[in-house]
Design a protein around this ligand. Structure first.
Ligand code: AMP
Length: 360
């Protein structure tokens, strides 16, 4: 258990790193942020920073020697750098969770081994693979890069072999996976925490709406029955248990209705993705719970007792994307908790802020 006043190293200087650093400060901890971009929003909230590429071993050594524990705010880090950090310091979550979630095929294989339902898929490394995979998985499917995909980047929805071939031409410089398109009724996510001692707490599922593949809103409570919520929670618990995971993790699900011919008429839950970090769909916890996901992550990696994830109000979390930040401060209603990230540049599709709107 790390004492108060310890130093937490955070890799990545975006809004998640910023909110983690704020929570760490609230708990009396110090932070150092490692990020190559000198304009990182997280640099505004802590005086300690290292500006260097993620594969600069001298800078990584200096960073590791200054921290009691290292964590990260995004999963697309070079594997070699994480292994290097693990060889000299303590990293939570560990490289196993990171490597699994960095690669969609590894992630799917892990979920299948854990007996968790997912959309059918096939790896695609050649045009022959694509044709075979499409015959098996089509007519409607999603071709995705196995790595570095986020906010819809590196994926194409296809509904004919022709379209699939065109998408393949656009994405073929990366390893690919073809996934069955799931005509889901809704998307939900569970944000869950586990500390080193194995204590586990999860927040209620949020219902997520994406616009242009980017999360727009998370609504709590989700419009699902108790049985489905409990099943989602159990699946998330199974995932953190089998990874021996330490920290906060997000699990995204598709929900579809049961096959009318099936004896089991409960909605079907398919895991779409896991994220080994605090998650955008968990931002509502800042307004809805005594302990939010950022504090929970710091508690978990320091092996402190986890906080209470009970929800005290209904919340809609809304991301402000691109231009939506302009004048957002002028229209703030009471009952709205704003989180502005202090990003200097507005770009199309860039997450600039979120609002937690307390609805009941
Ligand atoms: P991902 O990067 O895999 O999380 O995908 C981003 C979003 O694209 C998801 O949250 C869904 O809204 C949509 N999506 C991804 N994969 C599928 C799929 N197989 N079927 C239907 N929609 C999908």
């Amino acid at each position: 258990m790390l004492p108060i006043g310890s130093t937490i190293g955070i890799i990545g200087g975006g809004q998640l790193g910023r909110m983690l650093a704020l929570s760490a400060a609230q708990l009396g901890m110090k932070t150092i942020i490692f990020c190559p971009d000198e304009n990182s929003p997280a640099f505004d909230v802590t005086p300690n920073k290292i500006i260097a590429p993620y594969d600069d071993e001298n800078a990584l050594t200096k960073f590791a020697n200054s921290c009691d524990i290292i964590t990260f705010e995004f999963e697309n880090l070079p594997a070699k750098s994480i292994k290097f950090l693990e060889s000299i310091s303590s990293v939570s979550p560990d490289s196993r969770a990171l490597f699994i979630s960095q690669d969609r095929i590894k992630e799917k294989e892990f979920l299948l081994r854990s007996d968790i339902n997912i959309a059918s898929f096939a790896p695609v490394n050649s045009i022959e693979d694509l044709e075979k995979a499409y015959l098996k998985i089509g007519p409607k499917a999603v071709l995705k890069t196995t790595r570095m995909g986020y906010d819809g980047k590196g994926q194409r929805i296809v509904s004919s072999l022709e379209m699939a071939k065109q998408a393949y031409e656009e994405l073929k410089n990366s390893e690919l996976v073809l996934e069955k398109f799931i005509p889901f009724e809704r998307e939900i996510s569970v944000v869950i925490a586990r500390n080193k001692d194995g204590q586990v707490r999860d927040f209620e599922p949020a219902e997520n709406i994406h616009e242009n593949h980017i999360l727009k809103t998370s609504t709590i409570p989700a419009n699902i029955d108790n049985i489905t919520a409990k099943r989602a929670s159990r699946i998330a618990q199974q995932i953190v248990g089998s990874l021996n995971y330490v920290g906060v993790l997000g699990v995204e699900f598709f929900i579809t209705s049961a096959d009318p011919k099936s004896a089991d008429q409960n909605p079907i839950l398919l895991v779409n993705e896991i994220a080994p970090r605090v998650h955008n769909s968990g931002h509502w916890t800042q307004a809805g719970c005594i302990t939010d996901q950022f504090e929970q992550h710091i508690r978990a990696i320091c092996n402190w007792p986890l906080g209470d994830p009970t929800r005290y109000c209904d919340v809609v979390m809304e991301n402000l994307i691109g231009d939506e930040i302009i004048d957002a401060h002028k229209n703030l209603k009471s009952g709205v908790q704003p989180h502005f990230y202090g990003k200097k540049q507005i770009r199309e599709g860039r997450k600039m802020a979120h609002l937690n709107i307390v609805t009941k």
